[in-house]
Each structure stands twice: as C-alpha cells, then as structure tokens.
Ligand binder design. Structure first.
Ligand code: AMP
Length: 204
C-alpha cells in the first residue's frame, strides 16, 4: 500500500504517518525530516534548502523530486510506503505518478486556529524525529531516546502564516487532482490524534 498524507502545516501528517507505519509495517518518508537532517549534517542538499525552509517557503521542485526518486528506489519500500509532506505541488504529483503507483491519499482537513495552536506547542526530538505537543507531553525529553526536545525553527506565527498561504495556493489543487482519480480520502483532522487515526483506519 502506497499512501500519501496531505494537509496544511501542523495538520498532524507526521503523527498519523507514525501510526500508519506501526500498523502496516512500512516506512514513513517525510521530506521535511530528510531536509532537516541534511541541514543538520551540512550536506549540499541541506545548504541549498536551508534558506527556503527557514523562510517558510517550498524547496524547489527539482530538489525534492530527486530526493524522493532516490528514497523510493530503496529496497525497504518494496511492500509500500507512507509519504508525509510530498507531493506539495502539482508538478511534484505528476513526477510521482511517473515514479510510483499511489494507492490512497489521505487529506487531513484542519482549520487555521487549530494549526496555529498545534504549531506553537509542537516539540520534536532532534535525534529520532518523534513529535510531541507540550499540552499532552509535560517532559522536555524524548520518551523514545531521552534526547532534549527542541522547537522547529519554522514553528512560529509569522512562518506558519506563510506556509499556510503556500499550502492554499500550491498544495490544495492536489485535492482535486487525487479526487479525480478516486484516490482521495478526506478526514476531519482537528480532534484527538487517536480519534483521527480511527477514522483513517476505517476508511482504509
Ligand atoms: P514539513 O516538515 O513537512 O512541515 O516541511 C518543512 C519544510 O520543508 C517546508 O516548509 C518546506 O520548506 C520543506 N519541504 C518539505 N517537503 C517539501 C516538498 N514536498 N516540497 C517543497 N518543500 C518541502
């Protein structure tokens, strides 16, 4: 099963992608995580992407398409995969159709105020990429690997607004694209994460 998670920034793609990974035992591939890892390691991809990511704008299509082509060519994706944060533009979706066959696309529909609240309270583990929320997780350390949690550089109100606007103009057209080929599952993603995952599981 090849699944895409589509949604605005902080809509819960990362959290749902982890639940799906555990349930179906297939890799969860986050372009954002891969880019952040490259920035941390100062690779040429990281250096090229840093200014885009910090400004809250999309990294150029050719960079992310090459990255995904290479990742999907790895053997662990043979039984399926979950894409979190890719595609984000129509040309990325068209390129992906040439690389692989998508089974279902889950669109997490969440309103702006909830996105803002989630973005400002999100913390991530810089070592294993686990995602937490200060409202439900009181410790400053990762449950999985005991590393000190950090705030993402792009989790602030100014950058979130920019990313949200870009989602509306660049990524939302993908909803019609995947609806047309009967692949779209739309889920209200605003509630408790376990409840949202129950809805997704029922649909799948
Ligand atoms: P995310 O972790 O999915 O919220 O992504 C964080 C940032 O990484 C985005 O705001 C973009 O700057 C960049 N990024 C991640 N995925 C993509 C993509 N598919 N296309 C372009 N930029 C991306």
């Amino acid at each position: 099963m090849n699944i895409i998670l589509l949604g605005a920034p902080a809509s819960g793609k990362g959290t749902m992608s982890n639940f799906l990974k555990q349930t179906y035992d297939i890799p969860a591939i986050s372009t954002g995580d891969i880019i952040r890892e490259n920035i941390k390691n100062k690779t040429s991809l990281g250096i090229k992407s840093q200014e885009y990511i910090n400004a809250g704008v999309l990294v150029p299509d050719e960079i992310v398409i090459d990255l995904i082509r290479a990742r999907l060519g790895q053997s662990d994706t043979a039984n399926g995969y979950i894409l979190d944060g890719f595609p984000r533009t129509l040309s990325q979706a068209v390129a992906l159709d040439k690389i692989s066959n998508i089974t279902k696309v889950i669109y997490l529909n969440v309103g702006y105020n909830t996105l803002l609240e989630r973005s400002l309270s999100r913390r991530i583990c810089p070592k294993c990429n686990a995602i937490y929320n200060t409202k439900t997780h009181k410790s400053d350390f990762c449950d999985e690997c005991d590393t000190k949690l950090v705030t993402r550089d792009d989790d602030n109100e100014t950058v979130l607004k920019k990313r949200f606007d870009e989602f509306q103009s660049e990524t939302k057209p993908l909803i019609a694209y995947y609806k047309k080929c009967n692949k779209l599952i739309e889920v209200d993603g605003s509630g408790d994460s376990f409840e949202v995952f129950k809805k997704i599981s029922k649909e799948l």
